[in-house]
Design a protein around this ligand. Structure first.
Ligand code: ATP
Ligand code: MG
Length: 723
């Protein structure tokens, strides 16, 4: 077996086979590499057969790369290891076991877009769409599900009228999903958990199958995922998780850092290994990133060092507005490309919000630089692709009402509002299978004869397609037959640019079906559809050898690495992000971690930019990000505070000035929190107890004498804090 380069501690982690293992280590220290090598080692040493190993990653793309690497180390074995995201592993289990939960094996998986459509209709139908938005209802429901709370339980514990209403909406939404034979993303996880708890035999089957379970990016798992891991490991599997609490950036989606910090509680006897050498970044990049994250109080401190040279300093550039920012960054990139310092696919521009991509796209086009926006709109969410997918979903699951409504008159079949209503009334009134109803449309009152004949044609195609699928036809055969019969592609042959790009997308879709058919000849259409439903935003990203620079949000960049990274928009309000209508960032530490993740993607060069005049509706936008000073603190003599004692600041500085008189209204500078305005000041001997507004949710009360807190202006107004 050929193995990759590993340092002694990494090797120890790879070889450890006496029990559970947690690797808690900083960015770029080789966690993912260790996990991959460990899988190869387990199989290579005959500790397990490939199918007894389960590896869970954060994106399907990451799983794919891991599989390829294992395959290279152990030809013929890697492809048999079960690898994927928690969601895709759960979908795989549910496809085999759905009947226990009263679902068909061909259940539909609704994505965020489908969920919104469904919810919008539901709220409208109940006449409460003015009070509750789909977004609010769905995030409430998601939170409940990730906390393991059912609609009934939510309703019982509701304390206000609004909570009661939300709980009711939750119940109604679940009912609709069930009627449509559909799971949403959260349901995939909770569905398996319910299944395992109700049917211990089923659980034992899976738990006995896997002898080794490995999880990457464990800091971003939520409670339900943690519980799933416990169930899967309940028959003695050896569990290895790797993660970095400083990179936890999904708490808004229910991720729970405690999972990693308290892993040992649920998996007794866990050995902990820390990796401290960073192989990714030059010294200056690492130092800036480490300084930044040291300002977080809630963390496991860790040491991270590199034997690499310091490299160029981290650059900070101030621009007038966002157009200039984009022009300047692309100008820099053009130079890098011209003098050949860096290939284009190893350059990334990272930003906080999706909307920021537009300026960069424009600037790229102007200069003729090829780019790829990663994760903004998933390929499969484009209208023309969703249409095709909706047709296929109905084929596999006749009850999928959302998809059926989408395609019933697209392309136009002469079915007006009345005809549509008549059709669905007929289906609901008689409990007729919708596909049979298409064949009988001629006899439905209110459906014109033209529409009836078109519906009949559609019904005929569905019959034919069902036979093809049952006979094991390749997915592409079914797709091509669909395109031919319905004219879904032909409607875009006008030759104008938009239509042209839609046609190209359909062609690209056909290619992806073909690739699937070749990779999984057994899968057929059902297999392909599962893969499509589970694609995550990053999965479409080509990365290496794409010949394009990457534009993406900081969230999307997790786990990736680039030679050169630009991070744009380092302004108070943008990064840290302040939500419209709010005064302060909702979780400053998470914003800090997000920037830390972004910075640690860079290998050679890191450039940070901010603007003076960004136009953004409704959001407080005020000056350079406080994070810039915190990054720079790594350069100054102020030590990056504590490493192991969260909540306390220790410093050996002996020149802390204790002779200052603090007054209300003073602008002070704190080495950790930045600038703030004194709101209260009480002297106690030579010590002061001062309450300072740093722009956080709550003012902070500090005792002086430990770190230098100089007064930098006698009387400050709010604007001073932002400079
Ligand atoms: P992140 O926290 O960002 O997910 P990570 O800890 O998973 O990072 P990897 O992606 O596994 O880190 O490794 C970072 C880089 O360092 C990769 O390019 C990897 O190939 C390289 N690397 C890791 N270990 C070694 C080693 N022992 N020798 C040389 N290169 C290494
Ligand atoms: Mg990693």
């Amino acid at each position: 077996m050929s193995s990759e380069n590993l340092n002694p501690v990494q090797k120890e982690a790879v070889d450890y086979s006496d029990g559970h293992l947690i690797i808690l280590a900083g960015a770029g220290s080789g966690k993912t590499r260790v996990l991959t090598s460990k899988i190869a080692r387990i199989i290579g040493r005959g500790l397990a057969e490939p199918w007894q190993v389960l590896a869970m990653t954060f994106t399907n793309k990451a799983a794919g790369e891991m599989r390829e690497r294992v395959e290279r180390m152990l030809p013929g074995k890697g492809s048999r290891v079960r690898m994927g995201t928690f969601h895709s592993v759960c979908a795989w289990i549910l496809r085999r076991e759905a009947h226990h939960l009263g679902f068909n094996e061909n259940f539909t998986i609704y994505d965020a877009d489908d969920q919104k459509t469904l919810m919008r209709r539901l709220l409208k139908g109940r006449g409460i769409s003015t009070r509750i938005t789909p977004g609010i209802a769905l995030s409430y429901i998601s939170r409940c599900k990730n906390d393991g709370v059912t609609a009934e339980e939510a309703s019982e514990s509701a304390s206000s009228a609004r909570d009661r209403e939300l709980a009711e909406v939750y119940g109604a939404y679940q009912e609709r999903l069930r009627d449509s034979g559909a799971f949403d993303f959260d349901d995939l996880l909770t569905g398996v958990l319910t299944l395992f708890r109700q049917y211990p035999d089923v659980r034992n089957g899976y738990a006995s199958r896997f002898s080794h379970i490995l999880v990457d990016e464990y800091q971003d798992t939520n409670r339900v995922q943690h519980e799933l891991l416990r169930e899967l490991a309940s028959r003695g599997a050896m569990v290895t998780v790797v993660g970095d609490d400083d990179q936890s950036i999904y708490s808004w989606r229910g991720a729970c850092v405690e999972n990693i910090l308290e892993f040992e509680k649920d998996f007794p006897g866990t050995r902990m290994i820390r990796l401290e050498e960073n192989y990714r970044s030059k010294g200056n990049i690492l130092r800036g990133a480490a300084s930044l994250v040291s300002f977080n109080l809630r963390r496991h401190g860790k040491t991270l060092w590199t034997r690499q040279d310091p490299g160029p300093p981290v650059r900070v550039k101030c621009l007038y507005n966002e157009q200039e920012e984009a022009e300047w960054i692309l100008g820099e990139i053009e130079e890098l490309l011209e003098d050949g310092s860096c290939p284009s696919d190893s350059i990334a521009i990272l930003y906080r919000t999706n909307a920021q991509s537009r300026q960069f796209e424009t600037a790229c086009r102007r200069r003729g630089i090829r780019y790829e926006v990663v994760g903004s709109q998933r390929f499969y969410e484009r209208m023309e692709i969703k249409d095709i997918i909706a047709y296929l979903r109905v084929l596999l699951n006749h009850e999928d009402r959302l998809s059926l409504e989408r395609i019933i008159n697209k392309p136009g079949r002469g079915l007006g509002t009345k005809g549509r209503e008549a059709f669905f009334d007929f289906v609901d009134g008689n409990g007729t299978d919708p596909l049979d109803a298409m064949m009988m449309a001629g006899g439905i009152d209110g459906v014109s004869s033209r529409a009836a004949s078109a519906l009949r044609d559609l019904g005929l195609w569905y019959r034919k397609a069902a036979e093809m699928t049952a006979g094991g036809a390749a997915a592409l055969e079914v797709v091509d037959s669909l395109l031919e019969t319905t004219g879904l592609a032909a409607r875009y042959d006008s030759g104008d640019v938009t239509d042209q790009s839609r046609l190209e997308n359909i062609e690209e879709f056909r290619r992806s079906v073909l690739e699937y058919d070749q990779a999984a000849p057994e899968g057929g259409l059902p297999g392909f559809m599962t893969e499509v439903s589970l694609a995550t935003t990053v999965d479409d990203y080509e990365g290496r050898d794409s010949g394009r620079i990457a534009l993406m949000t900081l969230h999307c960049a997790k786990g990736l690495e680039f030679n050169t990274v630009f991070i744009a928009g380092l302004e108070e309000g943008m990064l840290p992000f302040i939500r419209p209508g709010e005064y302060a960032p909702s979780d400053i530490e998470e914003e800090r971690r997000l920037l830390y993740v972004g910075m640690t993607r860079a290998m050679e060069r890191l450039v940070l930019t901010f603007t003076l005049n960004r136009i953004r509706a409704g959001v407080r936008q005020s000056g350079p990000s406080r994070f810039l000073e915190e990054i720079a603190a790594g350069e100054s003599r102020i030590p990056p505070a504590d490493r192991d004692l969260p909540g306390e600041i220790t410093s050996s500085d002996d020149d802390v000035d204790t002779g200052i008189d603090y007054r209300i209204g003073n602008l002070i500078r704190h080495p950790r929190y930045g600038r703030g305005i004194v709101r209260k000041a009480v002297r106690n001997g030579s010590e002061w107890r001062i309450t300072v507004d740093f722009g956080f949710d709550e003012p902070k009360t500090l005792v002086t004498g430990y770190v230098p807190i100089p007064v930098i202006k006698e009387r400050a107004d709010a604007g001073d804090m932002d400079q």
